[in-house]
Structures are given as C-alpha cells and as structure tokens.
Design a binder for this molecule. Structure first.
Ligand code: NAP
Length: 678
C-alpha cells in the first residue's frame, strides 16, 4: 500500500500539515505506512471551536442523548472493524492483540452508553448526594451537584493502543458533555486517524465534539484555561514536562496522568507446584509478557516468587517462552508480533541492558530472534526476555526501569512481608496481582500493598477461568495508579464521567433548590392537584406533587394477625414481658414491615392506571416505634423522575409515615415505573 498522508480534523475540516511530515514505518516490514504533520494548524482556533461550537452543542444534550450517540458510534465502528484490523497489523499487533485494542475500545463505548442510560439521569447535570445540611428550621439547605465544564478535554495518548486509548478517554468525556481534542501518539496514528475519521464523518456527534491532531500539539497548551482538562497517557518524562507547562499551572488546568508502571504479580507461599494456582500464575505471567509484545502499561514487569519456588517458576516460564511463535502478526501461527517501531526496540534493548546490570538473563537474546514470515531486523521484533535478579535485597533498577516490551524479571523473596515491601518499591503501579488460596495472606497483602496499586487482582482456581486477567483494565473499574503511575484515575464507570464535570456546592431555600435541581426537598412547597398522583402519567406528574393519606389506627389485633400471617413473631411485637427495659421500645410495637404494608394500603390508588409496577424502596429508615393504639398517616411526594424507556419512566417518591404524635415513624423512597401515556 502507498503511504497514507494523515490529516488532522480542525474546526470542521480535514487538513494536512504544511511542514515536513514525520514518516511512520510499519512495525513489521519497516516500510513507510503513513506520514503526519500538524504544522500550520491553528491550535487556538481549535480550542475556541471546541468550546463554542462543540461544547455548546454537547451541553444541550442530556446524558441519555449522549449515551445514544456513543452506542451509535460503537455500532458504526463494529461494522468497519475489519478495515481497522487491517491497519492494526502494521503496528505489529496480532489479531488477538488487535482485539484488545479495537474490540476493547468499542466495548468501552458500549459500556459507557449503557451506564449512561442506566446510571445517569436524562438531564444535563447530576446530583451528588442528598441534602447535606439544613438550618434549624429547614429554611436553608446545602447540597452538591455536578455541572458540565465549559472547556475542552485534550487527550494525549500513548502508542500502544491507538484505538482503545483514544476511546477510553473519549467515552466518559462525551458522556459528560465535553468536546474532545484527541492526539494519538505519532507511531500508529494511522489507526487512530482511521477510527476518528469514521466517527467524525458519520456526523453522529454535533460539529466540534471531536477534533483530531495527527502530529505535534505545538502551542495548544498555551490556550487552555481552568475549564479545560488534559488526559495524558505516556511516559513519566513526557508527563512531567507537560505538567509543568506554566500556563497549565497558572490556570489550574486539571491534568490526569497515566504513566509508567512497574506492575508485579506475587505467587504466595501457600501455593505449591502441584496446586492448580501454580499453573494459573505461570499462564498469567506468560500472557502478560507476550500479549501486545509486552507493550501494555499493565503488563507484569516484576515476578515475585517464594525462594523455594523460583527454580520451578523459571523452568515453567522458559518452557513456555521457548514454544512461542514470533513473526508476521498476520500469520495464524504467530502468537507474538513486533514492537511498535524500531526506535521502541532500541529503547527496550537499552533498558534491558540496564536491568541486566543486576540480573541474569534466563531466557532470550535481546539482539536476535527467530521470526516467521518477516525480516527480524527490518521489523521491530524482539525475543521475550526473562531475567532474574542476582540479589533481591540490593536490586534497584528492577524497581525503577520499565522496559516497555516482552520483558519481566523474577525476584525471589523469603517471606510474604518481603514480597509486600518489594511490591511497594515500584512506588506506585497500575495493578498488582496475587495468586493465593489463603484468605489471611490475601487480606494482609491487600491492606499492606493496596495504597501503592490502582487495582489488585486475587487469583485462585475459583475465579481464574472467568477472570479478565491481570492486564486488562475494565471500563467498570478505575484505571490508574499512584506515584510513578501518574496519580491519575480513568474509567471506573460513572466516576470517569464525574471527572469531566465540575462539582459545585449549592445553598439556598428548599423551594429554590428543589425547583432548580428538579428534585424535591423536604420543606419545599407540596403541590396538590385535583386527582390522586397515581392517576397522572409519567409526563404529567410534577416534582413536589403530594398526596396526604387519611389516618389508620394500628391495633394489637393487627400486630398479632400480621405476626401469625407472616411468621414474624419476634419478641418485641409479641412478648410484653420480654420487651420490658428495652433500650428503644416502650413495650410491644408494630412490625416495621406492617407499617410499610399499611402505608401502601393508605396511599395506593387501586384502579388500573399509569403506575405499572412498584420497583423497590431506597433509604428506608424506621425512626420511631409505633405502639398499639397509635394512628399513622402517610405523605407521598414526587421527588424526582427519570425516563428509562420509550414507554415508561421511573418515579421516585419521598414517603413519610407519621405517627399520631406528629413524629415521623419511617421515611423511604419508593420507586415506581409509570407509563408515559396513561
Ligand atoms: P511518550 O513518548 O511519553 O508519548 C506519549 C504521548 O505524548 C504521545 O502522544 C506523544 O506524541 C506525546 N508527546 C510527547 N511529547 C509531547 C509534547 N511536548 N507535547 C505534547 N505531546 C507530547 O510515551 P509513549 O512512548 O507513546 O508511550 C510509552 C509509555 O507510556 C510507557 O512508558 C508506558 O508505561 C506508558 N503508558 C502508560 C499507560 C497507562 O495507562 N498508565 C498506558 C500506556 C502506556 P508523539 O508520539 O507525537 O511524540
């Protein structure tokens, strides 16, 4: 194929840079695949366009509408994935490496689309918790909400996962309503460009929602302010340089960094060679060394094993590594492809040389490798390299130098506390795994090493088969680690959406806050309408709409009937003698569940209507016991609404059961599904 001239997408147009382009070579053949330049592109104008055109349009959409857009993009990319795989081979990735990147990226979009629909409201803002405090009379309250930022999310990605890296940042940003300027690493930018082109040209997103820089970012950072944010993935050196940009510091531009990580996996002392966990450990380490030729930020770099298992572990790993077929990633027999570029291979070799200063190479030759179907020297092929430190106690480099390739080092340890100390010497990593069957060991390691790791995986025979593995960040779980790993946090479901929003503390009257935030707060006006609220379809119900029931006396006969009917003959309801001197109860009291059942009987409007189903209760609290002879009544108020489906939506009702003394006996939130049209 002839080399592609990559274009950036700026201010609504595809443009090639004006300067001398950087040539990007195939990782497999060394032949040119593409060239990229962003010279001459007006970065300030891109930022303005993102803020004023893209951001303004995205902020008009609700979370649900943005989630629909993500789902449509995921569907679109799925239909074009063969073309993406074709390009992916040039990055040195095998088909299964490509799956992690391409399907992993698409899967992340699907997860965010689904979470956006299920876990976020059909609104443009998000409440954060309930009322946090109220004044003495309740006329003044405080609570929190997340509002959209008014800036642009600038995403700078590493070379190893051109598609996943772009989409895992893009999905939460778009869901939050932030326009994105994305910059793939120049190596492999042709793959990111192809995916971005599909997204942009589909017009699924409003104009300005996504812009792309293929090449350098030039003076982009000079134009960012406190409404913008940066998501960076790459090396510690680049991150430190970019983070110290004076404009970013002055304007307090949030900078989320995902950087180097010297991840470890620990084989616990309780695992013998005969246990299935031993094989699980070997499989995991082998996979982490070889998938994507070890160019994964989460790959296992440090293999911590009990001293008396070190020989067995190294023998088992060497046996597997010797069988590994390396070569042209298009070949079906190939299990490991090439590194991303020749310069990457030079870098990894240099780092292996540093590691070898304190370690012996047990397997592999950094300077040569036998490959199938390709020229080992023209392509960026490298043998997997297994090292073993000569002296665990004095080894330093292994805890500081990340060789971003198929390279891992064995560190024999004496006792589990030594393993923990070694694990933590990575000074902050993305993931640590532990293979054990022993609960005490697992607890000890998690609590003693947890602060140093973003994610911890405990593997044993019970979960290994279904485990997503040491190295796979999941969109549901946070991805990021402290210290060396950058201190950033990405993914983690809705958490990442919140990172792209601004949390604001709000104060005011219950009436004002209820109306502004579309969530009724006690003390705000109650709205009484002609009919019972159950007669109103989802769309017709208004926030604050309230029903007050008549009273009902709770008798001793009711309590005894309920007890015998349900079998709940707990002494506090049945035995006056036994309850004497009880710290909470004045004597026999009504069952809490009896109160709930009576409350339903008091507030329900029985005829068939728009209320389709009772869907559950949240935040139930029994506040005051109800004694036989006392009367209760119920207040039912529409607290908030969330459309869930074309045909129905969820209504959250604030319910308060009051005893005849005028005190709340119970409060809870009742959820019903109500039809849009009665
Ligand atoms: P890198 O050299 O630091 O580059 C990362 C990104 O920064 C690239 O897009 C690069 O663009 C860009 N960049 C470099 N200088 C820049 C500047 N002055 N202004 C703006 N952007 C600039 O890292 P890499 O070699 O691509 O990636 C390998 C490293 O990333 C490894 O150390 C690995 O541990 C880390 N990584 C971490 C994670 C994680 O999630 N924590 C994931 C993957 C990789 P160009 O390509 O155009 O130079």
């Amino acid at each position: 194929m002839s080399a592609l001239v990559l274009e950036s997408f700026a201010q609504g147009h595809w443009v090639a840079g004006t300067g001398a382009p950087v040539m990007i070579a195939s990782a497999v053949t060394g032949e040119p695949v593409a060239s990229a330049s962003s010279d001459g592109i007006d970065m300030a104008a891109m930022v303005r366009y993102a803020r004023t055109i893209g951001g303004a349009a995205l902020r008009k959409l609700t979370f649900h509408q943005r989630a629909d857009a993500l789902k449509a993009i995921a569907g679109l990319l799925t239909t074009h994935k063969d073309a993406l795989y074709e390009l992916s081979f040039h990055t040195g990735a095998t088909r299964s490496d490509g799956m992690v990147d391409i399907e992993g990226g698409i899967g992340t979009l699907f997860v965010y689309a689904s979470k956006g629909k299920r876990e976020l409201p059909d609104e443009t803002f998000l409440l954060d918790g309930d009322v946090d405090y109220a004044s003495k009379s309740g006329a003044f309250i405080g609570r929190h909400a997340y509002l959209p930022r008014e800036g642009v999310a600038v995403h700078i990605n590493a070379f190893n996962f051109p598609i996943w890296g772009m989409l895992e940042k893009f999905a939460p940003a778009i869901l939050a309503g932030m326009p994105v300027i994305t910059k793939p690493a120049t190596t492999g930018a042709y793959l990111a460009e192809a995916a971005a082109r599909l997204i942009i040209d589909s017009n699924i997103l409003p104009p300005g929602a996504l812009q792309l820089i293929c090449g350098a970012t030039h003076d982009l950072f000079d134009h960012l302010n406190g409404q913008d944010m940066i998501g960076f993935t790459g090396s510690m050196e680049t991150s430190a340089r970019l983070q110290s940009h004076p404009g970013l510091l002055k304007n307090a531009v949030p900078f989320v960094a995902e950087r180097d990580s010297l991840n470890c996996s620990i084989l616990a002392p309780d695992i013998t060679v005969e246990d299935p966990e031993f094989e699980i450990f070997i499989r995991e380490v082998f996979r982490e060394m070889t998938v994507k030729a070890g160019q994964k930020c989460t790959a296992i770099r440090r293999i911590l094993v009990p001293e008396n298992r070190a020989e067995a572990v190294s023998a088992a790993l060497i046996e597997r590594l010797a069988r590994l077929r390396i070569g042209d990633p298009r070949l079906e027999t190939t299990r490991m492809g090439a590194l991303a570029s020749l310069s990457q291979r030079r870098d990894v070799r240099a780092r292996i040389a540093r590691l070898a200063g304190e370690s012996d190479i047990l397997f592999g030759d950094p300077s040569q490798v036998s490959v199938d179907g390709a020229d080992a020297m023209k392509g960026a092929f490298l043998s997997p390299i297994l090292l073993r430190v000569r002296d665990t106690a004095s080894a330093e480099t292994v805890h500081n130098v990340e060789a971003f390739g198929p390279v891992a080092t064995l560190l024999p340890y004496r006792a589990i506390d030594d393993a923990i100390a070694l694990a933590n010497r990575g000074e902050g990593s993305l993931v640590g795994s532990l293979v054990t069957r022993d609960v005490d060991t697992a607890r000890h390691v998690i609590f003693a090493a947890g602060a140093y790791h973003g994610r911890m995986l405990v593997l044993d025979r019970d979960c290994a088969r279904e485990s997503t593995g040491h190295g796979a960040p999941m969109p549901h779980l946070t991805h990021g680690g402290p210290g060396r790993a950058g201190g950033g946090e990405e993914l983690g479901g809705v958490r990442a959406v919140k990172h792209h929003l601004r949390r604001i503390a709000l104060q005011g009257s219950p009436a004002m806050m209820s109306a502004v935030l579309k969530s009724w707060i006690k003390g705000a006006p109650e709205i009484t309408r002609e009919q019972h609220p159950f007669r109103y379809a989802y769309d017709a119900l208004v926030i604050g709409q309230t029903f007050h029931s008549k009273e009902r006396v709770v008798t001793l006969a009711d309590i005894e009937h309920f007890a015998s009917f349900t079998g709940d003959i707990f002494y506090a309801h049945m035995d006056a003698e036994a309850v004497k001197g009880h710290p909470f109860f004045p004597g026999r009291i009504a069952h809490g569940y009896l109160l709930l059942a009576f409350a339903a009987g008091l507030f329900v409007d029985a005829d068939k209507g728009p209320v389709l189903a009772n869907y559950g209760l949240d935040n139930l609290r029994f506040l005051k016991p109800v004694s036989p002879g006392e009367a209760i009544s119920v207040r039912l108020t529409v607290k908030s609404k969330a459309s869930r489906h074309r045909d129905y939506g969820e209504v959250r009702w604030a319910v308060e059961i009051t005893s005849s003394a005028g005190e709340p006996a119970a409060t809870y939130e009742l959820l019903t599904m109500n039809a849009h049209i009665a």
